[in-house]
Design a protein around this ligand. Sequence first.
Ligand SMILES: Nc1ncnc2c1ncn2[C@@H]1O[C@H](COP(=O)(O)OP(=O)(O)OP(=O)(O)O)[C@@H](O)[C@H]1O
Ligand SMILES: [Mg+2]
Length: 231
Amino acid sequence: MPMADTPLLRIEHLSKRYGGNSIFAGVTLTLMPGECLALLGESGVGKSTLLNCIAGLDDATAGEVWLAQQHVGALDEAQRAALRRQHLGFVFQAFHVLPHLTVRDNVSLPFRLLGQPFHTEVDAVLRDVGLAPQAAFMPAQLSGGQLQRVAIARALVHRPQLILADEPTGNLDPDTAERVLDLLLSRVRQQGAGCLIVTHSRAAARRADRVLRLTARGILPETTPAEPSGA
Ligand SMILES: Nc1ncnc2c1ncn2[C@@H]1O[C@H](COP(=O)(O)OP(=O)(O)OP(=O)(O)O)[C@@H](O)[C@H]1O
Ligand SMILES: [Mg+2]
């Protein structure tokens, strides 16, 4: 269990440029155990890029990311991979479900990579996301929303300290989206994990502890009241 008064994630003055183009600058953020943040922002502002920089899958141009008390920018590739395996669950916007593995084997991957046994947890999380009947299916046999739930199950199964989720309910109907959010939030509340959810869903944002907006000049608190409809 993480220490309650130590941030899971600390971002200081982070900026990202691609060549001459500034994507974002001045991003500063702290995420504590047990906290769920929703991150809004218009398309192209750099939300996925920011998540990639947090996970050490991309390098920021300036600034620092501290994840589980480690300075991500100071780690080499092998150390970053180890940090991700041990502490992070990542729901990619494009899912990145491996096409040659069954649903169950995709969801088992975090345990395989950690060299740990996994049977009961994998089946439990498949049930939680409503995919128990599809456990032996190949990804090509799934719908978009089912693939998204494989990605979510894989990100949660090993109970990581920090969950980064890039529009995790974008392909789901409102009831399934609600169920997936329940699952994410119960992990955060029960385990003292943290989560950062990129979302365009007002319903998802309403359930977060804080709602923030990524802009080209940094992260701002979201002040617009959430609409009652338009999940
Ligand atoms: N490898 C790259 N080279 C150059 N520009 C890139 C690269 N990757 C991303 N970008 C640019 O960075 C910007 C931010 O992209 P990103 O995917 O992070 O946006 P986003 O906020 O996640 O958008 P969306 O809501 O549509 O998913 C975009 O303008 C994109 O064109
Ligand atoms: Mg994106």
